[in-house]
Design a protein. Structure first.
Ligand code: C2E
Ligand code: MG
Ligand code: MG
Ligand code: MG
Length: 285
């Protein structure tokens, strides 16, 4: 480990930076092919209503099956897509596929299940996005209220007025809006009040620690109370244990999402897996 200001550390950091740069270029060139060669897929993770245990909806999560690298998680490649200006075209693909999945859900009788789509900053600022969405709603004859667009707290920090305008353009069409990874960015409560959002998703890092760490517990319970008081829906992500689920339910968290209920499910087996996991009364197993 290079520490301090020793003579060799410059070399160490340069080599490291060079390697990082090379890795990124290689990743970028692989990603450029990925869209054309249809290496992306979507996985869908259920969101469960904690009060009645019913399926509330699903979140679409992008996966990249690279022939050379295997399955790559979005945490490793979303940032590179953004740097390479590929997030908008890949994002269009995600949205189109999400509409197809919604059509399948409707046909299978999951009439009220919503579908959440993650948007990055470039997509939110893309002036062609609203028209693109209008076209898909029209084509598939679907209500915008079936879709929820997730924006992370950190991307809302810069250029707040423009961001709110973009959000309003989507909201006016009837799309639901969510703030993802809440608590990890630095959005102020006064902005939150101005934003046309429906849902707050508490970041999974707080859920992971909530039963071992008093501060995380306090953050979780007070966020749930605040969000509900604002009249918004609150989701806890990263629910992995029954104990977390029980405590979140006791504190009136509306929705839970996490490995306890289900890992993200590949889109090609989605309907059968949902049917297998739901009891006749509509409750999740
Ligand atoms: P996110 O939107 O906050 O999604 C939640 C992440 O937590 C997902 O990681 C999910 O697989 C993971 N997760 C869910 N439940 C649990 C749990 O119980 N335990 C643990 N340890 N993890 C859980 P994933 O799929 O790797 O996605 C990472 C991030 O990449 C997403 O975070 C989102 O910000 C971004 N992302 C994914 N798909 C898209 C996309 O289509 N477009 C954009 N712009 N971003 C995307
Ligand atoms: Mg999300
Ligand atoms: Mg999140
Ligand atoms: Mg995240």
């Amino acid at each position: 480990q290079a520490k301090g200001k020793g003579g060799n550390s410059l070399h160490f950091y340069s080599q490291q930076m060079f390697d990082d740069f090379q890795n990124r270029l290689a990743l970028e060139s692989d990603l450029k092919l990925a869209l054309a060669q249809q290496q992306f897929t979507l996985h869908l993770q259920p969101k469960i209503n904690l009060a009645n245990r019913k399926l509330q909806g699903l979140e679409a999560l992008l996966r990249w099956h690279s022939p050379a690298r295997g399955m790559v998680s979005p945490d490793e490649f979303i940032a590179v897509l953004e740097l390479a200006h590929l997030m908008i075209p890949v994002g269009y693909w995600v949205i189109e596929q999400s509409f197809r999945i919604m059509v399948q859900l409707q046909a299978a009788g999951f009439k009220d299940a919503t579908l959440a789509i993650n948007l990055s900053a470039a997509q939110l600022n893309d002036t062609k996005l609203p028209t693109f969405l209008d076209g898909l709603l029209q084509q598939h004859q679907l209500s915008a209220a079936l879709f929820e667009l997730e924006l992370t707290e950190s991307m809302l920090a810069n250029n707040i007025n423009e961001t709110i305008k973009s959000m309003q353009r989507l909201k006016s069409r009837g799309f639901r809006l969510a703030i993802d990874d809440f608590g990890t960015g630095y959005s102020s409560l006064s902005y939150l009040r101005q934003m046309p959002v429906d849902t707050i998703k508490i970041d999974k890092s707080f859920v992971f620690g909530m039963l071992d760490n008093q501060a995380d517990f306090d953050i979780i319970t007070s966020t749930i109370a605040m969000v509900r008081k604002l009249g918004l829906e609150v989701v806890a992500e990263g629910v992995e244990t029954q104990a977390q689920c029980k405590t979140l339910t006791q504190h009136q968290c509306d929705i839970g999402q996490g490995y306890l209920f289900s890992r993200p499910i590949p889109s090609d087996t989605l309907i059968e897996q949902l049917q297998a996991n739901l009891h006749d009364n509509g409750q999740w197993r």
